[in-house]
Design a protein around this ligand. Sequence first.
Ligand code: 5GP
Length: 118
Amino acid sequence: MIEETIFSKIIRKELPSDMVYQDELVTAFRDISPRLPTHVLIIPNRHIPTVDDITDDDEAAMGRMLSVARKIAREEGISESGYRLIINCREDGRQEVPHLHMHLLGGEDVGPLISKKG
Ligand code: 5GP
């Protein structure tokens, strides 16, 4: 079995978090180190390490992650101004926590998509 991360404990409420949404498929909570005024992580409740580990059975949870992002963005008042959704995958994607998660970032201009290395 692939070892679970701190995010599984957050889902089960064994560790504290600023949780903004939870249902039978996904959980959303504020990032502990917010980069922008709104920085929420939306994750599947099932421990899927990376995007590369998604199976056909996960399609409902993946779809739910997007609809929950839309709902939270509306609640945060950033639907009109806009926001960015980011999913990092493995080393080159700079994924730090091996439990698939989508960053919802907004509240001000998020800047360019990526800054090219010099
Ligand atoms: P990644 O770089 O893997 O895409 O993003 C991981 C994110 O998880 C980071 O933005 C980091 O601040 C956040 N994070 C790491 N540990 C915790 C934690 O224990 N609680 C919360 N709320 N966020 C965390």
